[in-house]
Write a protein that binds this ligand. Structure first.
Ligand code: PEP
Ligand code: MN
Length: 354
């Protein structure tokens, strides 16, 4: 159930409704929007009597939500969610596109710095790179763990890039929450419900990748798990699903982007690297993703892809990433969207300090 407050409802009136919900043993989620605040109720097993709230001060309407997902739904918040990062200019879900780029895995300090320098110069606002790698084979490189996170934190300080990196279990999630700016939940963990709940109790925004066979509803329900625990800063990521085709590693399902945008207020970005698995297809699909309205891109870039410890085949050379940025900037402009160059203020501040 959803309680829509009047546009002029006071903070006290919102609080009183939340207290009433909690006194019934349920959880209240107060979600402020551009026009009004809505309060979602979760934790109820059966129906809640709408009459309990109808007459309360400041309440405009009590709505029964028939969809299985509630907090991710546009019913709760008609306007788009914009994720912000304190101290940085980058946003996700606003008119500016969020560009995340970097290696599949952090391999060592030199590699991470060399790649970050290039992606920062090309205009990315986020650096990606796994310190914990979910690999198909237990014998493949598993990531540097906490040492990798430390390298990423150094990269942030040096280049003013926000850090997005994957957590694979409770332990790594605690560390990623500590070192990074955004917690990535990988495709293989999209239905790891206890991990999703733990991410819902973390302080940092979450980048949730679509599972390799997840339907739209399953994808949104995974985001609902995170939000139901109180973390409302969730960004969805289309990274390709498994189909019968053999010309790509996965099929990047670009139609899910407008489908998500119709149902949910959450931002959605695209990953053309895992979505194709082939270097020559990354830039065309990045262009297409921006054209269909993605709120950003996450792209694998490596300075020496032939020797990369993971996903070299789909990693762009830095020069190719430069070209991608030039192209997607032009496509973004057609849609009235922009791509800022890096995190302006922070970089400027760093230059002054140096
Ligand atoms: C990654 O981003 O490197 C990754 C492993 O992604 P996914 O979970 O989408 O496979
Ligand atoms: Mn990868």
């Amino acid at each position: 159930m959803l309680i829509v407050m009047k546009a002029q409802a006071t903070e006290g009136e919102v609080r009183a409704v939340c207290q009433k919900i909690e006194s019934l043993g349920f959880r209240a989620h107060s979600i402020p929007g551009a026009q009004r605040t809505a309060i979602g109720i979760t934790g109820n097993q059966g129906e809640v009597d709408t009459g309990l709230f109808d007459e309360m001060a400041g309440v405009q309407e009590v709505i029964r939500v028939s969809k299985p997902y509630k907090l991710v739904s546009r019913d709760v918040k008609p306007d788009n969610t914009v994720i912000r990062f304190p101290g940085y200019s980058a946003t996700i879900g606003g008119p500016g596109l969020a560009i995340m780029a970097g290696p599949c895995a952090i391999e060592n300090r030199e590699q991470a710095f060399a790649i970050a320098e290039r992606v920062a110069r090309a205009g990315a606002q986020f650096v990606r790179g796994g310190a914990y790698k979910p690999r198909t084979s237990p014998y493949s490189f598993q990531g540097l763990g906490e040492d990798g996170l430390k390298i990423m934190a150094e990269v942030r300080d040096r280049f003013g890039l926000l850090v997005v990196t994957e957590a694979v279990d409770y332990e790594s999630l605690d560390l990623v929450d500590q070192y990074a700016d955004m917690i990535q939940i990988g495709a293989r963990n999209m239905q790891n419900f206890s991990l999703l709940k733990r991410a819902g109790r973390a302080r940092k925004p979450v980048l949730l990748k679509r599972g390799i066979s997840a339907t739209l509803e399953e994808f949104l329900m995974a985001a609902e798990y995170i939000m139901s625990e109180g973390n409302y800063n969730v960004v969805l990521c289309e990274r390709g699903v498994r189909t019968f085709v053999d010309h790509t590693r996965n099929t990047l399902d670009l139609s899910v982007i407008p489908a998500v945008q119709r149902l949910s207020h959450l931002p959605i970005i695209a990953d053309p690297s895992h979505g194709t698995g082939k270097r020559d297809k990354v830039t065309p699909l990045a262009r297409a993703a921006v054209a269909v309205g993605a709120d950003g891109l996450i792209v694998e870039v490596h300075n020496d892809p032939d020797r990369a410890l993971s996903d070299g085949m789909q990693s762009l050379f830095p020069d190719q990433f430069d070209a991608l940025m030039v192209q997607v900037r032009q496509i973004a402009a057609v849609l009235g969207r922009t791509i800022s160059v890096g995190n302006d203020e922070v970089v400027a501040e760093k230059q002054v300090r140096r």
